[in-house]
Design a binder for this molecule. Structure first.
Ligand code: ZN
Length: 292
């Protein structure tokens, strides 16, 4: 990983050890995001326009950034420099999700955070996972929190979420121009050939599978102390332990009280056929993680 020192200054302070929360859709990024946002002195953003623009450019057209890691890193630093600014301009653009994560109603105005005493910054925007590599290049001291959840529950929740399923519409599919295609989890020629015939559940499973493979790659590439993997199931079952581990990793005292009590797994809504389709695509990863 590049170790070039680039110091980002936001609100007249150096940004140290920014925290980025990544994972497949519906893996529990929102739970970690809310928990970080509630910590005093922590400014966590979700879905700021400056960040989403870059995230989707990276996610949808990774080939544009390949071999240009310095330029990509600079673009990311700029995007976060803007997102983390507490100025009237950026606060007015504060996203619904960001305000909701702070516990504010969507009809309120003004900043989602108190500017006084801000010491740490982070982001938990959806699909940030597709920038994971560039994030670690952009911020040499970044702390990456990756959330992993049983792929069957993830797929069930994705199938229920129109904003996720929209990406599979023909007008958004760019599998013919972008290969490999991390966004759709297409890595090999075989994946590409198979893809058009896959069911929606199998297509979601492919996206989940890619996120799990990325986790293995990050483990190999990042220094120890830079990456923390959180299992969604462990977080809900043992919130106190899981959040205390996370506090130690990030170096900020966090509270476990925002983690909800355990719910029935979303995968109970899947049909037997859907479960079989998911296992056909991602059985190896489900087994490796102990979910099968
Ligand atoms: Zn905000």
């Amino acid at each position: 990983m590049p170790s070039a020192r680039h110091i980002l200054i936001v609100n007249a302070r150096n940004v140290n050890q920014p925290v980025f929360v990544i994972g497949a859709p519906h893996s529990g990024i929102d739970l970690i995001g809310r928990t970080l946002k509630a910590a005093p002195g922590f400014h966590l953003t979700i879905g700021q326009p400056s960040v989403l623009r870059v995230v989707y450019a990276f996610a949808r057209r990774p080939s544009m950034h390949q071999g240009r890691s310095e330029a990509a890193a600079a673009v990311l630093r700029d995007a976060f420099g803007q997102a983390w600014q507490i100025s009237p301009a950026s606060c007015l653009e504060c996203s619904r999700d960001c305000r909701a994560a702070a516990g504010f109603g969507t009809d309120t105005v003004g900043p989602c955070v108190d500017q006084r005493g801000l010491e740490r910054y982070g982001d938990a925007s959806p699909d940030l996972i597709y920038c994971a590599e560039a994030l670690t290049a952009a911020f040499g001291d970044a702390r990456i929190v990756q959330v992993i959840r049983d792929g069957r529950d993830v797929v069930a929740s994705m199938l229920d979420d129109p904003s996720v399923m929209t990406w599979f519409r023909p007008s958004f599919v760019n599998t013919d121009t972008e290969f490999p295609n991390p966004f759709f989890g297409i890595e090999t020629a075989e994946d590409l050939e198979l893809w058009p015939s896959l069911s929606p559940a199998a297509k979601c499973a492919m996206r989940w599978r890619w996120s799990v493979r990325l986790a293995a790659w990050l483990h190999r590439e990042l220094r120890s102390g830079q990456l923390k993997t959180v299992r969604y199931e462990h977080l809900l079952k043992h919130p106190r332990d899981a959040v205390s581990d996370l506090s130690e990793f990030i170096g900020v005292k966090l509270s476990h009280t925002l983690i909800p009590v355990r719910k029935a797994p979303s995968s109970r809504n899947l049909t037997i056929d859907q479960i079989a389709e998911i296992q056909k695509v991602a059985g190896e990863e489900l087994r490796r993680l102990g979910y099968l």
